[in-house]
Design a protein around this ligand. Sequence first.
Ligand code: 5CA
Length: 162
Amino acid sequence: MEAQLSRSAQRVQDALTALGLSCRVEERSESTRSAEEAAQVVGCDVGQIVKSLLFRGTVSGNPLFVLASGRNRVAEARLAEIAGEPIAKANAAFVREKTGFAIGGVAPLGHPEKLPTVIDEDLLQYQELWAAAGTPAALFRLTPQELSVITDGQIAAIRESA
Ligand code: 5CA
């Protein structure tokens, strides 16, 4: 018997199932709060961890959801070009309001409303990815194609060059 998922993780599992995906949410005993921790716990490259980040247009106040490779720093100037306005990182309350999850466990799906989404093109080079699933210890494995289907995101080059 698998242990019962916590409520937020179950919400992600239900959203995956509703989309017809076979992905299984796993809740671990160790923290997967950061991309580095998550990569250690599942034993993958940090680049395979999907960071789910929320930004906000400074003019419109609209959310912009960004799925970035755990290896990359996001170029906010590129996001501003895509958004057509300056953007800033959302605060914790806006993250909670728009995604339904607390920072450290924000999943790419299961949100109360559909969010305009940008996907880091560097995620497409991997055969499998891992994303947060609602809590700082919950994850699921997926392919870049599944990430694209789940979020209907726009694929773009958003890596900050070193
Ligand atoms: N569970 C892990 C691995 S999937 C995870 O959720 N990683 S994450 O990168 O998607 O989420 C953590 C991110 O939240 C950090 O990279 C950071 O960009 C963001 N964050 C952390 N603190 C704050 C804060 N106070 N306000 C806004 N964003 C924050």
